[in-house]
Every structure is written in structure tokens, then in C-alpha cells.
Design a protein around this ligand. Structure first.
Ligand code: GLN
Length: 192
């Protein structure tokens, strides 16, 4: 499995380390031609406006949209925002997932927090429960999903923090920052 990681800005190195651990081949994607021959793509966390502007500058917007029609893409945090159709303010978005996000939804006081999410779709392997310890850093909420997008995981108050639409995956949190590789395994399964 050859997985690209959009490496314009953000925490792409951490995704790379996790994928290498799982035996996948990784490619840093900075230009359209880097998408050739990839099976899947991860868009990391960072700053979604910056990622969007750089993607425009390097001519990646249309190639990324086309890639998403045929392949799996996973956006974490800023990457999830970039996948969305609506971020409630003007910024460059791929607009390929039927989700609306609210950026920085947790305000200043809880910029960062961690919580165990119910994740019945993940195996309870490696001594982990069927919950996932999720790390949120200036995270967005997925305010609504429609069309063929589905909520995959929510906070105890019901607010959505992970969604899936076919082979597209969006998470508000950062599985690459934990030692738990089950989300990356889940994504590799999706990409097959
Ligand atoms: N706050 C960032 C944004 O709105 C996302 C933060 C992150 O990716 N950890 O784009």
C-alpha cells in the first residue's frame, strides 16, 4: 500500500511514522505529480487556511478533488476542514465531503483536550478497549453531515468528531499523536 501525505504544512511527519510502523510505503505530496501511483492520501492537521492557500499555489486543488473520486482520503483536524463543503467562512476548501465544520469550536479555554470516544467500528485489539483516546488541538466540530456522509464518532454530548463518506474520512482529532494505530489500520482497510 502506497500512501501519500500532503506535506504542505502541519504534522505530516507523525502520520508518516505511524504508517511506516504499519508497513505502508509513504510519499510526501507537494505537487500534483506526487499523487501518481498512490493508493490513498492523508491530509494532516495544521492550519487549514494555510494548507488551502498553498494547495492553490501549487495547483493541487483539482488534482486532489480528482484523486478523491477514485481513492481514499483521510483528513485529520485541519485536513478534515479542508475536505469539507462548508467551513462557514471563505477559505479554499476541496469541498468533497458532505460535512459542515465549525473551526476552533472549543474556544480558548479548552484549546486542547483529550477524551475517550466510543469507537465500536475499531477492533478491541492490542489491549485497547473499543474506545479511542482522542487528542483535540484547536479542533473543529463537524456540525452536520448530509448526503452520503455518516457520523462515525461523537463526544458524550453528541457533537460529531468523526465522519465517513465512502472512502473519505474526516476526524477532528489527531490519532497520529497517540501510540494507538487502530485508526490508521482502519484507514488502510478502507483504502484497499
Ligand atoms: N485550528 C486549525 C484550523 O482551523 C486546526 C488545528 C489542527 O489541525 N490541529 O485550521
Amino acid at each position: 500500500m502506497k500512501v501519500g501525505i500532503l506535506a504542505l504544512q502541519g504534522d505530516f511527519i507523525e502520520h508518516q511514522a505511524m504508517l511506516l510502523r504499519l508497513g505502508a510505503e509513504t510519499v510526501e505530496v507537494r505537487l500534483p505529480q506526487h499523487l501518481d501511483g498512490l493508493d490513498a492520501l492523508i491530509i494532516p492537521g495544521g492550519e487549514s487556511t494555510t494548507i488551502g492557500k498553498l494547495a492553490e499555489t501549487y495547483g493541487l486543488m483539482e488534482p486532489l478533488r480528482q484523486f478523491g473520486e477514485q481513492h481514499a482520503i483521510w483528513g485529520t483536524c485541519a485536513g478534515a476542514i479542508f475536505l469539507s463543503k462548508d467551513a462557514r467562512r471563505p477559505q479554499p476548501l476541496l469541498g468533497i465531503m458532505d460535512i459542515m465544520v465549525m473551526r476552533n469550536a472549543f474556544g480558548r479555554q479548552v484549546d486542547s483536550f483529550e477524551v475517550d470516544l466510543d469507537t465500536p467500528f475499531l477492533p478491541a485489539s492490542n489491549g485497547h478497549q473499543k474506545t479511542f483516546h482522542a487528542v483535540f488541538i484547536r479542533a473543529p466540530l463537524i456540525e452536520s453531515v448530509w448526503g452520503s456522509a455518516r457520523s462515525l464518532a461523537a463526544l458524550p454530548n453528541g457533537r460529531i468528531v468523526a465522519a465517513r463518506q465512502g472512502r473519505l474520512l474526516a476526524t477532528s482529532f489527531h490519532p497520529e499523536l497517540t501510540g494507538d494505530d487502530r485508526f490508521h489500520r482502519y484507514f488502510l482497510e478502507m483504502a484497499k
